[in-house]
Design a protein around this ligand. Structure first.
Ligand code: CS2
Length: 490
């Protein structure tokens, strides 16, 4: 079977979509840090749609952690397939906007020199919440983070995203080259200002003058990004080969829905993202808050409760009417009242989300979404809870999401089997859980004391405590499925 590549793609016409531009004319304009599945289903597709008329905006990707994306795409000349799937079937499309992938660990000098070259006008990121080396409760850089400690001691050989961005900016400043714009495409609250705060703080710790320069001269664009992208399984690879007749080492599975809202803040030039369907706005934060609280808050609640109830996939959990009522109630009664989105029909947005979560063609694992909860909870559930508590309003559904996360990080499921808890704080949390034993209140006390996650206000709030502990007691006594059923009985 032929492997997907520029050569094999240039053969006979295909029954699936392929790049509609001459890739030989495309030159790099963007370096993207964190060339994972989400980026390849989202931003890289928008850029693929604009390269015919704007060929100087090609993407060079950089993997910061592992070389596997580089190893998969290099023999394919950067080409890969996205499979857009829903109940009506699967549509394959080959994407060509990623020109090459660098492995930051073995090609660091080449990467930094490219980022420092004038042809690169945007550095974008999808490094996930933990890639910002910050305290989730405050959004501030954690100077004690091992990667930050390393990068401050080795400023010319950084391994963190903030370290790399600052090293490249320092090179441009020294060479008199204008800075690139930085664009975060991660699910952080206020991801533009948050990234600016983290990067400028790192620069200041490295050299106060450099820090002042970054704060004054570098633009940080915020975005709201949305597309559901389950991890690729071997069965997906086989399906793509059967569909296209070409082997792709790392195809990407996704849904038809996609949305990109971008704060228009690019003094160093930008491609016409709007020509590819992105929405350019003055203030992206209301859109971010809407998506983080409605989509991602529901997703994390579904992930923990669904996993504990024995549902491997989100769509499976959505097959239980009690789970649908839970998520409908979380959004309708508790999230939407905290949002201010004039002109946006939030009830329709909710209904669309319920349909997306129930997409039967996507095997989106609850375990995948459950990862890194310590980095996700603040912006997905705790911010909404704070607003509800301030308003003296109930938090029953949101509180169950927090309780389910606390039950999940014990690391033992309802059958007594171990849970592979993936989280930067997993060891600390599981030690707390081990000390708490079968006592829900002790578990709450231990975890809520993690100020990096809960800050200092929520541990003191009686309504928060009572709500979460009551749900925890139910999860311990009757399990997730019955707890959800009890909360949502009609
Ligand atoms: C998911 C997100 O894995 C997760 O945490 O909630 O990746 C989600 O699929 C995207 O934000 C959807 O836009």
């Amino acid at each position: 079977m032929n492997r997907l590549s520029a050569k094999t793609l240039s053969g006979s016409p295909t029954a699936f979509a392929v790049p509609d531009y001459d890739r030989a004319r495309v030159t790099p304009g963007i370096v993207h840090l964190g060339i994972g599945a989400f980026h390849r289903a989202h931003m890289a597709v928008y850029v693929d749609d604009l390269l015919r008329d704007s060929p100087d905006w090609g993407i060079v990707g950089a993997s910061l952690r592992r070389p596997d994306t580089k190893e998969a795409l290099e023999p394919q000349d950067g080409l890969y397939t996205i499979a857009v799937r829903d109940a009506s079937g699967t549509k394959a499309r080959v994407i060509g906007s990623i020109l090459r992938v660098l492995d930051a660990n073995t090609q660091r000098r080449e990467l930094l020199d490219l980022m420092a070259s004038p042809e690169i006008r945007i550095v974008s990121l999808t490094v996930t919440e933990k890639g910002y080396c910050y305290a989730p409760a405050t959004g501030e850089l954690d100077p004690g983070h091992p990667d930050i400690v390393h990068d401050l001691a080795n400023p010319d050989a950084p391994r963190s995203a903030p370290g790399m961005i600052v090293a490249a900016l320092a090179q441009r400043r020294a060479a008199g080259i204008a800075p690139f714009s930085v664009m975060s495409c991660d699910n952080l609250p206020s991801n533009g200002p948050t990234t600016k705060r983290i990067v400028a703080r790192f620069a200041q710790l490295r050299d106060p003058e450099l820090g002042a320069w970054v704060a004054e001269h570098v633009a940080f664009a915020g975005t709201m990004i949305d597309r559901i992208v389950p991890a690729t399984a071997d069965a997906d690879r086989a399906m793509i080969t059967a569909l296209t007749g070409l082997e792709d080492a790392w195809p990407i599975m996704t849904e038809p829905f996609t949305q990109w809202v971008i704060e228009d803040h690019f003094p160093a030039d930008r491609p016409p993202f709007e020509a590819a369907g992105a929405q350019m706005v003055e203030d992206v934060e209301p859109f971010e808050r809407m998506k983080l609280r409605m989509l991602n808050g529901s997703h994390s609640t579904l992930a923990y409760l669904g996993y504990l109830a024995g549902h491997q996939y989100v769509a499976e959990a959505m097959g239980d009417p009690a789970f649908v009522r839970l998520i409908h109630g979380l959004m309708t009664q508790e999230a939407i009242p905290t949002l201010d989105m004039p002109g946006v029909d939030l009830a329709s947005y909710r209904d669309q989300l319920l349909e997306r979560f129930g997409n039967p063609a996507l095997q989106h694992r609850t375990w995948q979404i459950a990862m890194d909860g310590s980095q996700k909870l603040p912006q997905r559930l705790l911010g909404t809870i704070r607003d509800r508590l301030k308003a003296g309003a109930p938090i029953a559904h949101l509180g169950l999401g927090v309780a389910a996360w606390m039950r999940y990080v014990i690391g033992i499921d309802e059958n007594g089997d171990s849970i592979d808890v993936k989280d930067p704080m997993a060891m600390r949390m599981m030690a707390i859980a081990a000390g708490a034993g079968d006592d829900p209140e002790a578990l709450f006390e231990g975890l809520v004391a993690l100020t990096e996650i809960f800050g200092t206000d929520l541990p003191e709030n009686a309504v928060f405590r009572d709500t979460v502990v009551e749900h925890l007691e139910s999860l311990f006594e009757v399990g997730a499925a019955q707890t959800v059923a009890a909360l949502t009985h009609t």
